[in-house]
Ligand binder design. Structure first.
Ligand code: MG
Length: 160
C-alpha cells in the first residue's frame, strides 16, 4: 500500500455585485456577498481539488483548467472537482480522506457544514471534514475582503 498526502490552498475576493452568489463546497449560501472568480469561485472545491492533484503529483487546478479558457467561464466548481477525482482514479489512486479549513470572518460555516460535507463526500467518494476559523479581524480575511480555504487530501494505491 502506497500513501500520498497533498495540500491545497485557495483564496477569492468578495464581490460587491449583488448578482454574484456565494457558493462554498458546492452549496449556495444565500444572503451573503459572492466571491469573484472565473468559475463560481468556490474556494472549498478549489482547495480540495488542488490537494488531490498535489497528492497525485498531477500539477494544479490552474494547469488543468486555465482561467484563460472560456470553456471554464462560470462553471460549477463541483464539476471541476469531479474531473479531478476522475484524473486521480485514472492514475490508479483512490481517495482515503480529505480535510478542509475555511478561513473567513463570515459566513459562519456551522449551519452549512453537514450539507457541504455530504455533497463533497458524494463527489470525492471518501470522508471529507470541513472546519472553519476566523482571522480575529486581522488582515484582508479578517477585514472581510476575502475568504480562503486550505485542504489536505490522502490518497492510497495498491492492496492493504
Ligand atoms: Mg480558486
Amino acid at each position: 500500500m502506497t500513501m500520498r498526502i497533498g495540500h491545497g490552498f485557495d483564496l477569492h475576493r468578495f464581490s460587491d455585485d449583488p448578482a454574484r452568489v456565494l457558493v462554498l463546497g458546492g452549496i449556495t449560501i444565500d444572503g451573503h456577498r459572492g466571491l469573484i472568480g472565473h468559475s463560481d469561485a468556490d474556494a472549498i472545491c478549489h482547495a480540495i481539488a488542488d490537494a488531490l492533484l498535489s497528492a497525485a503529483q498531477l500539477g494544479d487546478l490552474g494547469q488543468h483548467f486555465p482561467d484563460t479558457d472560456p470553456q471554464w467561464n462560470g462553471v460549477a466548481s463541483t464539476l471541476l472537482l469531479r474531473e479531478v477525482v476522475g484524473l486521480v482514479h485514472a492514475n490508479g489512486w483512490s481517495v482515503a480522506n480529505c480535510a478542509v479549513t475555511v478561513l473567513a470572518e463570515t459566513p459562519k460555516m456551522k449551519p452549512h457544514r453537514a450539507a457541504i460535507q455530504e455533497l463533497l463526500e458524494s463527489i470525492v467518494g471518501a470522508p471529507v471534514s470541513v472546519s472553519a476559523t476566523t482571522m480575529e479581524r486581522l488582515g484582508p480575511i479578517g477585514e472581510g475582503l476575502c475568504l480562503a480555504a486550505e485542504a489536505v487530501a490522502l490518497l492510497e494505491k495498491g492492496s492493504r
